[in-house]
Structure formats: structure tokens, C-alpha cells
Design a protein around this ligand. Structure first.
Ligand code: IMP
Length: 194
């Protein structure tokens, strides 16, 4: 029988991506499915800390096997920013993806080095034991948005070795090569080994 996990995220895009990546391998249940409508705590200053904080919250309050992720866009010329602050990068201008992208393009204006990477950390709590998995994908930040699929910073992120942004390639290819796919596949290996 397939193992069942709660994916502790309030982001419907992430939920769909992870369900697609794990299709046939594990059954994924959402926070709504277990009646959790709360804002999850994520006040740590690292991706690892935030992923663990979210997973521990759901595990302790709902007594379920679960995993959570935290993701950051790390831009070389900005010293790794926005990093763990990626979701609230442009908070003073608006808490949404468009405002975040606007600020990112402004900060990078005139800079030749546009190298960046997405890094994600998944924290899994299974039978009371904690496991961490990391995935990252290198690429560059374009000067303008391209594509309409995906979410967040997808339309300005061109993964290395590809000619389409995450937002142009669509979910099938993104789910094979993304930071999230890499981390979730590692998680899958653990599941298969137990
Ligand atoms: P969090 O992990 O939900 O805190 O995400 C941090 C920020 O990165 C948010 O602004 C997300 O929209 C963005 N983000 C997370 N994953 C992705 C992705 O796969 N593509 C583009 N943006 C992402």
C-alpha cells in the first residue's frame, strides 16, 4: 500500500507539483484535508530551520507523518539574496510575486552577473524521525519576464542548459528538472528503502 503523507504547505502550486512528482509513489494529503487552516510558523533564518518548523508544527498538532519545504532564490550578485526572504522580498511594495520580480529586476539592473539558483529544503517527519533533503538548480535571471505557467519567480528564471524559463517550459519538464523534483526524488529514495 502507498504511504500517506501530509504536505504542510499553503501554496497550491507547490502542492500540485509535489503530487505530480510523487504520483504513483506516495499518497499526498493537503493541510485542508486534515482540517488545518492555520498559518504555519516560519520564523527561522535558514531554509532548513523553516522547513523543520513547519513540519514539526503539523506533526505535533495533528499527529501525522508529514513533510514541509522552504525554498529560496539565491542570486550571486546580490550576495545570495533574497534567499530565505524570497517570499517577502518586496514586502514594502506588496506581498506578491509581481512585486518580488519587480524588485529583483530593479536590484539587478545594469549587473552583468545574473547567476542564480533555486534551493529548496524538505523536512520529513516519518514515525517521529526527522529527515532533511535538499535540491537546487542553477540558472540565470533574465531581464524581462517570459512565460505564463508556474508561479513565483518562474518567469524570470532560465535554468542552465535550457532555452525556456520555468514559466515557458510548463509543469511536465519543470517537474523533471526543478529543485523541488531533486529534493522530492531524494525523499522518495528514502521511502523506497524502508
Ligand atoms: P516559500 O518556500 O513558500 O517560502 O517560497 C519562497 C518564495 O520563492 C516565494 O515567493 C515563492 O513564490 C518562490 N518560489 C518557491 N518555489 C518556487 C519555484 O519553484 N519557482 C518560482 N518561485 C518559487
Amino acid at each position: 500500500m502507498k504511504k500517506k503523507f501530509v504536505f504542510a504547505t499553503n501554496n497550491p502550486h507547490k502542492l500540485e507539483e509535489v503530487k505530480a512528482i510523487l504520483a504513483g509513489k506516495a499518497e499526498i494529503v493537503s493541510l485542508k484535508d486534515i482540517g488545518c487552516y492555520e498559518e504555519l510558523p516560519e520564523t527561522a533564518d535558514t531554509l532548513e530551520g523553516n522547513a523543520l518548523m513547519k513540519a514539526r508544527f503539523v506533526n505535533r498538532h495533528y499527529q501525522v507523518d508529514c513533510f514541509a519545504d522552504d525554498t529560496g532564490l539565491e542570486v550571486e550578485a546580490l550576495g545570495g539574496a533574497p534567499g530565505v526572504h524570497s517570499a517577502r522580498y518586496a514586502d514594502e511594495e506588496g506581498h506578491d510575486a509581481e512585486a518580488n520580480i519587480r524588485k529583483l529586476l530593479r536590484e539587478l539592473a545594469g549587473k552583468d552577473n545574473r547567476k542564480a539558483r533555486f534551493r529548496t529544503v524538505f523536512a520529513l517527519i516519518l514515525n517521529g524521525k526527522e529527515h532533511l533533503f535538499e535540491g537546487s538548480v542553477a540558472g540565470e535571471i533574465l531581464t524581462t519576464r517570459r512565460g505564463t505557467a508556474g508561479f513565483g519567480y518562474d518567469s524570470v528564471f532560465l535554468p542552465k542548459g535550457y532555452t525556456q524559463t520555468f514559466a515557458e517550459m510548463g509543469e511536465n519538464l519543470k517537474n523533471q528538472i526543478s529543485h523541488r523534483a531533486i529534493a522530492v526524488n531524494k525523499l522518495c529514495h528514502l521511502l523506497q528503502s524502508i
